[in-house]
Ligand binder design. Structure first.
Ligand code: ATP
Ligand code: LTN
Length: 332
């Protein structure tokens, strides 16, 4: 039986944060213990849609690679690689552009959100989900483990793959987004109605970076926006989004059920104790990751060696696939 193939990506657009870890990377690490074939990609071509500083980008790429290995990805159990080092990705993007209706891209909510926030945008920002589609379908991925915000992009990848299959004959598998039931949307601590994000952090305290020091993390959590009540329970009420977010973080890290989480805080007065407990479990999670990160980042040549192995492996699968696309489309 063929193993389930998993593909996912993360942008080197800034320091990895708790949302990336709980929403995506934690699942990637867990997948390694299952009978799956795993591909995890540092999507630097995607990051260039917004981040234009070459020095910063280069630093971010290595830092993110060190962070992924520190979180537990292994070059033996997963193919971990840099997108721009595997040419098939950019090539597939062009080929897929030719079959993607413009209207499908214009209605993507991430495009609309980013367009609102930026003064000027590139053609690449609109095209971003087509590049992402290529990433996924070049590998015939069955599963794409991502946070909630990426669900629409993975659904679009299915639509584009289906359209290519209809036009040129069966070529691609249709991927499924895999969204965690908890942790799929970690919110900004200062603004719990927006998701925690690497590149759009207006207020420095709302994002918990995995490389932040303990005191900064404790301070951010203590300052997290809550409400004027004192009930520590899960709730859909937008007024209680801050408390709900803190409870969600606590729940995903401890692995407890919602009932057990609420029991942990039964009888507590005010939100101080909730913030204290959340800070405690977050620090426990981050500390060992930070220590391993320091080891990986201090040996650049070893890091590059691991990434070379990944790129080589990724090419073995994606190059024949892009050739198949070109043949079917009529290129000589
Ligand atoms: P940017 O802000 O530059 O767009 P980002 O912080 O959204 O970056 P990505 O690199 O785009 O991070 O995403 C990597 C993975 O992390 C994706 O699977 C995404 O769904 C997930 N993710 C990002 N932010 C969150 C969040 N706040 N909660 C849960 N998952 C998240
Ligand atoms: N757009 C994604 C990053 C990404 C991705 C992928 C995720 C690029 N290519 C392929 C899953 C599969 C994001 O997280 N913002």
């Amino acid at each position: 039986m063929n193993k389930i193939r998993v593909f996912s990506g993360i942008q080197p657009s800034g320091e990895m944060h708790l949302g990336n870890y709980l929403g995506a990377v934690k699942q990637w690490v867990e997948n390694q213990g299952k009978e799956k074939e795993n591909f995890y990609c540092i999507v630097d071509l995607h990051a260039h849609t917004i981040l234009r500083d070459p020095v910063e980008l280069r630093d971010n790429i290595r830092s993110l690679a060190a962070m992924l290995f520190a979180c537990g990805l292994s070059h033996e159990k997963s193919t971990v690689f840099i997108q721009s080092q595997v040419r098939a990705h950019a090539e597939a993007c062009w080929l897929l552009n030719c079959v993607t209706p413009m209207g499908w891209l214009e209605r993507m909510t991430q495009f609309k959100d980013k367009k609102e926030k930026l003064n000027s945008i590139s053609a690449a920002l609109l095209d971003y989900p087509v590049l992402q589609t290529g990433d996924i379908i070049l590998y015939d991925a069955d599963e794409v483990p991502v946070g909630e915000d990426q669900k629409q992009h993975v659904e679009l990848a299915r639509d584009i793959a289906q359209r290519f299959n209809n036009l040129f004959g069966e070529t691609f598998k249709l991927p499924e987004p895999i969204i965690p039931t908890i942790g799929a949307r970690v919110m900004n601590l200062s603004n719990p109605t927006s998701k925690m994000s690497k590149s759009f952090d207006e207020d420095d305290g709302g994002v918990v970076g995995l490389l932040d020091d303990d005191s900064k993390i404790v301070k951010s959590i203590k300052r997290a926006v809550t409400d004027s009540g004192n009930d520590i329970v899960f709730s859909d009420d937008p007024e209680k989004a801050g408390v709900n977010n803190l409870l969600g973080i606590y729940k995903v890290i401890t692995g407890k059920s919602s009932d057990d989480v609420e029991k942990d805080f039964e009888g507590a007065r005010g939100y101080g104790i909730l913030k204290e407990k959340v800070a405690e479990v977050v620090l426990e999670t981050i500390k060992p990751i930070r220590e391993k990160y320091n080891e990986y980042i201090s040996d650049k040549s070893e890091l590059d060696r691991l990434l070379d192995i990944g790129a080589e492996n990724a090419r073995l699968i994606s190059e024949p696939k892009v050739l198949e696309m070109k043949n079917k489309m009529g290129f000589i």
